[in-house]
Design a protein around this ligand. Structure first.
Ligand code: GLN
Length: 529
């Protein structure tokens, strides 16, 4: 079932097997018809994660990258839209040699060939494959068929892990196993027998329920694994290992572990637990509501990056989401921002709440609160500086005001053409691009490198016509594309502000537990000072 923790379970299993000495990669299968996640609303679907090679994927790819501490590529992300598109293209090219092309077996065969390709590209010995959605629904049945075919062809090479949710209805106070029994029956119907059950619940699994699940789901009792809610998702690999999950999976795959597991990971988790002193971080953005619920997954990479950076600085992060609309309705409230050690304005699109964000950035700049602007947060910092430090009072981005006399942020020329042709899918400036850092700048000091590579997802950019003017008033353009045509980083001089940095890219997509991103680490460090 979606949202129950399949992604983290998959990433954790990957981590465990990787730490036992195997080359691992992970594949995400999303059954929807969108070709990628780029055209989906992040409020409903969660963050759009961008890979090095510019794919706009589900946030689980981000979980895999963070847990496995490696880059995951386009080939590792599959949607029904993508799978059908390639089968249909192949049919149009007469590549099926005159055969009738059918949902079965051609779709599952395409799925399997994509899995093979991902494995080959990553040179992986073990591939973790996460099938999204819920067992029994129409849209993932062809993926389950692909999984069945895989096991049929390679019986000793495939292990099935089913993640199931066991409710504890509050009025009854007892963990119910029946939905899981029914779900196992539903996968049995498509020819799959789980080797493991990961029992997600608010509570740990007790002995009687383990026995019952084993008996009625046809799974060995030692392979019925308890997966209760935890405070930190980073505990999950360790919790699974308490039940020896890694070795049990390897046994089914008929291979022996090569080394002791999770050594570095345990040190990382110890560091989390040792951090007790707080660092207070404010993220200024717009509010995300869906009916009665507030969904926070839209910025998962930003939030996790801030946590890694806090832990790296031996601090416990206290992260608050600040609704920028508030400062538009009640400007006096802005002074509450003094309560934070540092502030972030993350990426975004559209006009809602942006004047509030600009006000927050101004407050951070004038009151010397460490500030990191990510993509839109960089563009809005530029606008703020142009308006209030250079006197260009109507400075804006043409995304919001196409008629401004001072378009300090404007559309990238190729992007204008794509928008005019309504080509929205996978057409932004996407993926990793190099950036050169200016000697003597804060950015250069933070990265300790002259040339960096960071991931992008945007249509607008800094308008070079304003570079000189903004420089004259003290803004530093400390990172540019190698040809100098695109501004990648802006900052204030170190003697004027402890940390005021805006980046056109998304460093949050590269920050990982075992290698936190230097920009976030630098922000927190400045905040603590
Ligand atoms: N809306 C801005 C652009 O398209 C910023 C995008 C972002 O923050 N990812 O350029």
């Amino acid at each position: 079932m979606s949202g129950v923790g399949k992604g983290i379970a998959a990433a954790s299993i990957g981590k465990i097997l990787q730490s036992k000495g195997f080359k691992v990669t992970a594949v995400k299968i999303d059954p929807y018809l969108n070709v990628d996640a780029g055209t989906m609303n992040p409020v409903e679907h969660g963050e759009v994660f961008v890979t090095v090679d510019g794919d706009e994927t589900d946030q689980d790819i981000g979980n895999y990258e963070r847990f496995l501490n490696m880059d995951i590529y386009r080939d590792n992300y599959m949607t029904s839209g993508r799978v059908y598109q390639s089968v249909i293209n192949r049919e149009r090219n007469l590549e099926y040699g005159g055969k009738c092309v059918e949902a079965v077996p051609h779709i599952p065969m395409e799925v399997i060939s994509r899995i093979d390709r991902a494995a080959e590209k990553a040179n992986a010995e073990i591939v973790i494959i996460e099938i999204g959605g819920t067992v029994g629904e129409f849209q993932n049945v062809l993926y389950l068929e692909a999984a069945r075919m895989l096991k049929f062809k390679n019986p000793g090479d495939v292990a099935f892990v089913m993640v199931s949710y066991l409710p504890v209805p509050s009025k009854i106070g007892e963990m119910k196993t029946k939905p899981t029994q029914m779900a196992v029956r539903a996968v049995n119907e498509v020819g799959i027998q789980p080797d493991f059950l990961l029992c997600r619940s608010t509570h740990s699994l007790d002995a009687p329920r383990r026995e019952k699940l084993a008996m009625f789901c046809n799974v060995r009792p030692e392979n019925v694994i308890s997966a209760p809610d935890v405070d930190s998702i980073y505990d999950i690999p360790i919790n699974f290992e308490k039940e020896d999950l890694g070795n049990k999976i390897l046994k089914i795959l008929q291979i022996d572990p090569r080394q002791q597991d999770l050594v570095e990971w345990r040190a990382f988790v110890d560091k989390i637990n040792a951090a007790t002193e707080i660092v207070k971080i404010g993220i200024v953005g717009k509010y995300f509501e869906s009916g009665d619920f507030i969904l926070s997954d839209a910025y998962i990479s930003v939030i996790e990056s801030l946590k890694f950076a806090a832990w790296e600085n031996n601090r416990k992060p206290e992260i608050e989401w600040i609704n920028s609309d508030v400062y538009e309705k009640d400007p006096a409230k802005i002074s509450e921002l003094s309560n934070y050690d540092c502030l972030v304005v993350p990426g975004g699109f559209g006009s809602r709440g942006i004047e509030g964000k600009i006000a927050a950035i101004r407050f951070a700049r004038e009151n010397k609160i460490p500030y990191l602007g990510l993509c839109y947060g960089m563009q809005l910092a530029t606008i703020e500086f142009a308006r209030h430090a250079c006197g260009l009072s109507d400075a804006h981005t043409t995304e919001i005001n196409p008629h401004t006399l001072n378009p300090v942020i404007h559309i990238i020329p190729e992007q204008a053409e794509k928008m005019a042709n309504k080509q929205y899918g996978n057409t932004m400036r996407l993926g990793a691009y190099p950036c050169i850092l200016k000697e003597g700048s804060l950015a250069r000091e933070i990265y300790q490198q002259e040339r960096i590579s960071e991931r992008h997802r945007h249509r607008y950019e800094f308008n070079l016509a304003y570079k000189q003017k903004l420089e004259e008033h003290g803004l530093v353009f400390s990172g540019t594309s190698p040809d100098g045509e695109l501004i990648e980083i802006i900052e204030l001089p170190k003697d004027q502000h402890p940390f005021f940095v805006g980046v056109q890219f998304h460093p949050e997509l590269k920050s990982r537990p075992l290698s936190p991103h230097p920009l976030f680490v630098g922000l927190i460090k400045a905040g603590l000072k």
